[in-house]
Write a protein that binds this ligand. Sequence first.
Ligand code: PEP
Length: 255
Amino acid sequence: MPRRPIVAGNWKMHLNRSAAAELVSALRGGLDGLAGIDVVLCPPAPWLAETADHLRGSSLEVGAQNVYWEPHGAFTGEVSAAMLTGLVDYVIIGHSERRHVFGETDEDTAKKLDAVLGLGMQPILAVGELREEREAGQTPAILERQLRAAFANVDRLPEGFVVAYEPVWAIGTGLTATPEIAQQACAHVRRIVAERFGDGPAEACRVQYGGSVNAENAAALAAQSDIDGLLVGGASLNAEAFTAICRAVAATKGS
Ligand code: PEP
């Protein structure tokens, strides 16, 4: 079975309430019903409910940028997976900014993954190496460590599971990985998934590339056999650019 492509837009901590609503409206107008692809918008947490309301009845889906593993309690500022249930379809876990700005560990990522899977939401599990790790030839080992740690308590992957390969040196820097480098790393992600869960789940697992994706480089990245979609930061804040990226992926993967 061919893997269904997926493009997600990570808005990070950008856009006030009215700008977010305007963007959702423009994207619904440009992307609703786009065939053969999943499109996911990941706004800041305060705009999740409004975004979900606005997208109801459309083909676009909603994702959270982060989650906490405990179901409830004295955890000021955190949002639990239970609170996201019914509100979002996807949850980004292990984004490099969570790992490297907020100090999240591989163990934290594993607990978040367990919480999200346990409640039937679809994770977008982000992994990727730092520039110095790539330069030291450690990329395969870093991906293996991050994935194996995240999967520590996972027995089976749900249908359509998403891993986002995001080299840290490419995020928000304008330094996109070449399609060849991205393909090599995404193929490695799939190999690790195969070793852990078997060939079937690995073939079904969707692997995104993320890191300075834009309307110009999206098609070449999506043309790679192990790249099933894109995780987009900066360019997802621009309706025209994000629409073009989604259309490029749909066209490339559909052809
Ligand atoms: C991201 O936030 O996941 C990302 C890839 O950002 P950007 O596209 O801006 O590099």
